[in-house]
Ligand binder design. Structure first.
Ligand code: ADP
Ligand code: MG
Length: 470
């Protein structure tokens, strides 16, 4: 684009900022840019087909109006998808849903639980299946939208409304406690309400794996296959668990293909994007990219506050505004922890029989795991690393060499430096009295791999995440 077009584009965005809400701008316009401005025709580049349809439906008028003001003449606007991986197979077009649509009443609620959800292995809504056990609170209605999650939310609604025809598969990723499971439950619930005759299967990837392994053991694959390959909606939570499991990946791949061919909807969640799950087969990565891959980001202050208000309302708690603000400011990266904080506050208010005030909140948070960050120990790190690399703690702490132990050992050293406050000497001492320069060497070596290798870097992020110390 020439400099005149660039200038107009920048004025256009300033104008748009005034015409749409801050949240709309952050959600829908932050990731767009003007790619051409010729005569009265403006082409706006958007990240994917979902954005394209959405913007076409909701924002074309306002963008044309703003562009008209900028060039002082009527403008025509088109949205164009930029650098999206080309789908290997065409997906049918649909219109994006309206997020503002009021959700219909939910089916009969189950007994109130404490907010925790106990997964059940296999569930379905067909007559011959066990009833689907969903957390009654995990509905679209109870999901608070903000710039960090509204694309994922809208996509989840689209999928529940037009299963198999909107975005297939839908891949929702994001770090722990940001609402992946909540959205998956909401999809199942909404889907079942719309098509009570259809079969839904919701399970964690771990359960899928276990069932598969058991079926293998029983030499009864056919039944396993019949069960999974005949559903209308397959929802698998925490698909990153497929990491390193070749046979289960293979089985899932065939399940995927069969359902996809029959236009049945597939929804998965993961703690990383498809391409960032180490050892996930290329063909599965590309399958996942056929549909829509969308990320749940960490919620902003306003969203955290809105979530707290909603959760307090659900629990019938009266929490004053300043207290909400204090909690939202103390806990930033994980919504589950925000909820945990509310629970400890509620417990404290019950015990002391006081109203919830800012000072009660401060006291409650000071004493709870959610308020003060849990201290991560060297043992925590080594435990996770041994789990991941399938090595023994004893070997890691011994003088043993060889790649199979030295690599995990170096990773452990790196993570220790990253997520704990221990010194190089502490870490060296932990590993059987190695000196601090050995530790430093290991840390640098792992760091340089992190810098070069995106997948490895994502793995380190996730391990740090799981330890709770990003
Ligand atoms: P994940 O599966 O990503 O680890 P969950 O879906 O279990 O996270 O969410 C953790 C908790 O946070 C749940 O209780 C969920 O209801 C809540 N939560 C997450 N995002 C939202 C949101 N946008 N609005 C309301 N509650 C949310
Ligand atoms: Mg989850």
């Amino acid at each position: 684009m020439d400099s005149e077009a660039t200038r107009k584009a920048s004025v256009l965005f300033d104008t748009l900022k005034r015409k749409v809400s801050r949240q709309q701008f952050a959600t829908w316009f932050q990731r767009t840019r003007v790619v051409a401005w010729k005569g009265g025709e403006i082409t706006v580049g958007v990240p994917n087909r979902f954005y394209q349809e959405w913007m076409q439906k909701h924002f074309i008028g306002v963008v044309a109006e703003a562009a008209g003001e900028v060039q002082d003449a009527p403008a025509r606007v088109a949205f164009q998808v930029l650098d999206e991986p080309a789908p290997d197979s065409p997906a049918p077009e649909i219109a994006a849903p309206s997020v503002s649509a009021t959700p219909a009443p939910q089916p009969a609620a189950q007994p109130v639980d404490d907010g925790r959800y106990v997964p059940t292995p296999f569930v379905g809504s067909g007559a011959h299946d066990a009833p689907l056990r969903l957390n009654e609170h995990y509905t679209f209605d109870n999901f608070v939208m903000g710039p960090s999650n509204s694309v994922a939310y809208a996509a989840a609604m689209a999928v529940a409304q037009k299963p198999g025809r909107a975005y297939n598969p839908l891949f929702i990723h994001g770090s722990v406690g940001l609402g992946k499971t909540h959205l998956l439950h909401a999809i199942c619930r909404d889907f079942m309400r719309r098509s009570p005759q259809d079969r839904v299967c919701f399970l964690s990837c771990e359960e899928f794996t276990n069932e598969f392994v058991q079926a293998l053991g029983r030499k009864d694959l056919q039944r396993f296959r019949d069960r999974f390959r005949t559903v209308n909606l397959l929802v698998i939570d925490d698909i990153h668990f497929l990491e390193g499991k070749e046979r289960t990946q293979e089985e899932f791949f065939h399940t995927f293909n069969q359902l996809y061919r029959g236009n049945q909807q597939i929804v998965v969640s993961s703690d990383a994007a498809p391409s960032e799950i180490p050892t996930l087969e290329e063909r599965l990565v590309s399958r996942f990219q056929w549909g829509l891959v969308t990320k749940l980001e960490q919620p902003e202050m306003e969203t955290r506050m809105a979530i707290l208000r909603r959760k307090a309302e659900i629990r019938d708690m009266h929490v004053p505004g300043e207290a909400i603000e204090y909690i939202a400011d103390s806990i930033r990266s994980n919504i589950r922890e925000l909820e945990g904080a509310l629970l400890s506050i509620q417990a404290r208010a019950r015990v002391t029989q006081e109203h919830i005030t800012l000072s009660l909140v401060k006291e409650a948070l000071a004493g709870s795991a959610s308020g003060t960050r849990k201290v991560i120990t060297l043992d925590d790190v080594v435990g996770l690393v041994c789990d991941h690399f399938q090595v023994r703690i004893g070997d890691l702490r011994s003088k043993k060499r060889g790649r199979s132990v030295s690599e995990p050992r170096q990773v452990a050293m790196y993570l220790m430096r990253r997520v704990t406050k221990h010194s190089l000497d502490d870490v060296g001492a932990f590993f059987g009295g190695r000196d601090h320069s050995t530790v430093l060497y290991a840390v640098r070596k792992v760091q340089s791999r992190v810098d070069e290798d995106q997948r490895f870097s994502a793995l380190m992020d996730r391990m740090a995440d799981r330890l709770g110390g990003r």
